[in-house]
Design a protein around this ligand. Sequence first.
Ligand SMILES: Nc1ncnc2c1ncn2[C@@H]1O[C@H](COP(=O)(O)OP(=O)(O)OP(=O)(O)O)[C@@H](O)[C@H]1O
Length: 575
Amino acid sequence: MKKLLYFLRPYKNKLLLMIGLLFIQVMGTLYIPTLTADIVNNGIVTGDLDHVWKTGGFMLLTAVVTAVFSVLGTYTSTYISTGMGCDIRGALFRRAQEFSINDFNRFGAASLITRSTNDVTQIQVAFSIIVEMLLPAPFMTIAGLILAFSKNRLLAFTILGFMIAIIVFVVMMGKKVIPIFDSLQVLLDKINRTVRESIIGVRVIRAFNRTGYEKMRTDKTFQEYAATAIKANKIFAVMIPFVMVLMNVCTLVIIWVGGSQVARGGMEIGDIMAIIEYAMLTLMYLLMGVAVFIFIPRAQICANRITEVLENRPEPAASIVQISEGEADAAVEFRNVTFRYAGAEEVVLQDINFTVEKGKTTAVIGSTGSGKSTIACLLMRFYDIENGNILIDGKDVREYPQEGLRDKIGYVPQKAFLFSGTIADNLRHGKKDATEKEMYHAVKTAQIDDFITNLEKGLESPVSQAGSNFSGGQKQRLSIARALIRKPEIFIFDDSFSALDFKTDARLRKALKQDVSESAVIIVAQRISTILDADQIIVLDEGKIVGKGTHKELLENCPVYQQIARSQMSEEELA
Ligand SMILES: Nc1ncnc2c1ncn2[C@@H]1O[C@H](COP(=O)(O)OP(=O)(O)OP(=O)(O)O)[C@@H](O)[C@H]1O
């Protein structure tokens, strides 16, 4: 929680102003019972109507001024808490942008969303509760007690006794409720994850008639959350009425003890009224102050979850990297690369060696799960390798600054992803100042120009969330156009032609040849027809290179390639 105090720094002056406003509000609130006692003792009891009017008017003025300061105080605290919430969310988003893919996997999308939304809201609520309930509590209770002591010591001791009883009771209840709040936050993550999955996977759920099962699964998660929340509320349901009973008993004792003192002439009647009000104020604020300690642990958990993200070390800084012996003049070189995913026992890639020349196309083929996409990810340094070097222009990727490295690469992912906005917005992800001419050129090469020109709004046509209003092939071609517009030094097409029909695939590759003639191109593919004319084909099998050469060479000397080729091509095509 302390670490989040940093976010209050810009609001230092407003914070001081708020404390000042709060102080005046507390003074005003405490002054009113003294005026009540004065009206009763010196106005009503003595029949001095003038005094009643004068003191009553002053009391009204005090109440109005207190109310105005209270409104101003609440406004200032809300201003600070919303501003702070906005700043924390911004910081979380910026930090998440620096995450490595491993970090994303570790935190999980659902948890990152909960942390940026609900957890920040909890911090904002905690801030408001602390300033509005906890800060005035010590002042209000101490000042209230002193004023009560100034009127009657015995009754003041009575109030003190009830104060201790309330503290003991609330602390006991708090011990029960805090662990429940702990689990509520974890369950919220679970709700987020389940709902997210059932929305994203809605087509699969319907296609497989799993709506009933999904409903049961989400219902179970909701019920778990509700049951836990009810458990916490049950404790509050007992706690609040019991404290009210304690407060009422306190009033009763004051009236009883004070009444007998008035009867004996040891006390004035107005003072009883003042003491009752002091008692209510002190006990109420004390209750609120203690209750805050129940909410603070929940905020503490949220604060820890937020700082965990904020303090997560960004991708490893460039380190001195030992480059093993060898020439380094290729655009891309994998040199003795071995890699395993975090926490995995088996290596995914083992001793991988190949180069990609500028102006040449290198294809990577292999059975599913053989490590093809992993090669693409490693080149962009989504993960760090265990052994070896990945060199771009002779320099290890770990020595490049993140942006500098990724500026060199135009990546088309296996799963085409579009952002909500317009087609042009999506193309501008590739190049932020792309002109209309550049955009049309890119979509033409990507073979999607006809489709776009037929749309009423052309490049300005809307794209729904994740590109859900486009077909798989259209999304793939738009992703290709987005990479092309960048004109990078290296292209990575990760199985990017799989959703295209053979004719479009062939046309696209022909058009591509001219656009990418200056770059080093890596094509990850499943279909042999896509890579027939590649300058070099790398054949992967269970994370190892088992063949390297042209289509013709591999057909002659690589059994794994022959097997793949036979499964996809006719004997005539192979001959
Ligand atoms: N994030 C990850 N964490 C752990 N293991 C992973 C991760 N991503 C992939 N793997 C594992 O690494 C291996 C290689 O995966 P990769 O995606 O590179 O295969 P691929 O050859 O591209 O497969 P496909 O052709 O089916 O796309 C697989 O066995 C996969 O289970």
